[in-house]
Design a protein around this ligand. Structure first.
Ligand SMILES: [Zn+2]
Ligand SMILES: [Zn+2]
Length: 490
């Protein structure tokens, strides 16, 4: 299992303000977390801080806390089902290891915290340059706790910042393949980018372009989630797909294609033939640091919206909307928009990227019934799907810009949603970048696993496709084996 920690920028700011003191002394505090359990990574989502009051701790020499402070912390954690983080600072920049005293203090705390909360203690150390290190204290045997370093600590706000543990995710020097990229923003930023775990949900026209662009930007760890297969009607918009690829799962096709380029020697791609509402898809998504929403249905968008807020994962979403003239003599209008959604930005619901009633309709299962679909009006989203490769290309470009701007935040600038109007050629940007006051998605902030099982369900459409195609794959396999046998016989 890998471990990680995530917090919002406002939590990070409050911790920094308290812990990095003007007098150069170390300081400490406690915070609370909820667990986010992915398939390969367990993340502590910090969503509340409890700062010490006067007398709660002594900052002269080695900083220490008194038992009243710890009692307050454990009482609060117990009533609110929180895990506990013990956080302190060091007067140096960069990633911080543990001193002898740190190990002693956390070894003493770990069993007490586990006994009260049932959850592992998370220890965190902050460097003066806002670099974080973190570890989980896991019970290995009775009265014996072992610490495991977190591979990264993620801070999510207008910018996405990660502190990486060098031992687990080492930085590297880049070869000739990335010479032009590295010369654009330097090796340090390239190391920030290349170590991100990025997920794409939906490997259609936009998703496959994003996959290509992300690999060529140097991302080494990609997750593809989509249960659909390539159909003839996809060929006008699916990057590199040929008639021979019809019937292949979209995720497998993109994985094999990217691996075969050899651009990144240690490229890892997890290709899942699932939907985001199935547990495999859901858990793989929360293993990522950032997600791309390339789905066109309301239910997966809603689930991604919830995942993003509950697990502090920024999600870049977009869409194309185009109509022909009623007499089909030309295109009438086309717009496409891209936006970074999630904590300390805006959610997809407030951006009207889906309607709650459509989510409910999809959840009802009615959209799986052909007779029901037949009765829906022509302009219902289920019947829509007009799109052109060139529009997808432009949208994917805008989404990659959102992504790079979020990581690099050049000159301190950031931006909100952008919308391209094809007819006039203008890019509009006067959009809201914050949720409305009573937004219910925003209320899910940091809830992590608390919402997990409400989100997960069977996906009949995904099950049907997997069943159909795994059967045809078996047939194909048999044919291959048969051919091989004939050859061997020869
Ligand atoms: Zn220390
Ligand atoms: Zn909202």
């Amino acid at each position: 299992m890998n471990y990680g920690v995530a917090m919002t920028e406002s939590v990070n700011k409050a911790l920094f303000k308290h812990l990095i003191r003007k007098d150069g002394q170390e300081d400490l505090c406690f915070a609370f977390y909820k667990l986010a359990s992915g398939k390969k990574r367990t993340v502590g989502i910090i969503n509340k801080i409890i700062l010490p009051e006067t007398g709660d701790r002594n900052v002269q020499g080695n900083v220490s806390f008194n038992s009243e402070y710890l009692d307050k912390v454990t009482a609060y954690a117990l009533t609110n089902s929180y895990g506990i983080c013990f956080i302190h600072s060091h007067p140096f920049p960069g990633w911080q290891g543990m001193s002898y005293d740190d190990i002693e203090a956390e070894t003493m705390l770990a069993p007490r915290v586990k006994a009260v909360t049932g959850l592992p203690l998370i220890g965190l150390t902050l460097g003066t340059d806002n670099t974080w290190s973190a570890r989980f204290w896991i019970k290995a045997a009775p009265k014996k706790f072992e610490s495991f370093w977190c591979e990264s600590v993620r801070v999510v706000g207008k910018q996405l910042k990660l502190s990486y543990c060098e031992k687990l995710l080492p930085s590297q020097t880049f070869g000739e393949e990335f010479k032009r990229t590295v010369s654009s923003w330097g090796e340090a930023k390239q190391n920030d980018i290349s170590r991100l775990k990025v997920g794409i949900i939906g490997l259609g026209s936009v998703g496959s372009l994003l996959a290509e662009a992300l690999m060529r930007t140097g991302i080494k760890n990609l997750t593809f989630i989509d249960f659909d297969t390539i159909e003839r009607k996809n060929l006008d918009r699916l990057l590199s797909a040929s008639v021979q690829d019809i019937g292949k799962f979209k995720v497998d096709f993109q994985r094999d294609r990217l691996l075969s380029t050899g651009v990144i020697s240690d490229l890892q791609i997890l290709a899942l033939r699932n939907s985001i509402s199935e547990i495999e898809g859901y858990e793989a998504a929360i293993d990522c640091d950032i997600l791309f929403s390339c789905v066109d249905r309301p239910l997966p968008r809603f689930i991604l919206d919830c995942i993003s807020y509950a697990n502090l994962i920024p999600t870049i979403d977009g869409g194309v909307d185009t109509n022909p003239k009623p007499d089909m003599s030309n295109i009438d209008q086309a717009r496409w928009k891209a936006h970074t959604t999630g904590p300390e930005r805006i959610c997809m619901k407030c951006l009207h990227q889906y309607k709650p009633e459509d989510v409910a309709l999809q959840q009802s299962g009615l959209l799986e019934e052909p007779s029901y679909i037949k009765g829906l009006p022509k302009d219902h989203f289920i019947h829509r799907g007009e799109n052109v490769f060139g529009f997808s290309l432009s949208l994917a470009g805008m989404e990659i810009q959102q992504f790079l701007s979020l990581i690099l935040k050049p000159r301190g600038f950031y931006y909100g949603p952008k919308e391209m109007d094809f007819i006039t050629g203008t890019i509009d940007s006067a959009f809201e970048n914050e949720c409305s006051g009573n937004c219910d998605i925003k209320q899910l902030l940091g809830k992590a696993d608390e919402i997990k099982f409400q989100m997960i369900s069977n996906d009949i459409a995904a099950e049907k496709i997997r069943e159909k195609y795994s059967f045809s794959e078996v047939k194909l396999l048999n044919k291959k084996n048969l051919l091989k046998k004939v050859k061997d016989f020869d």
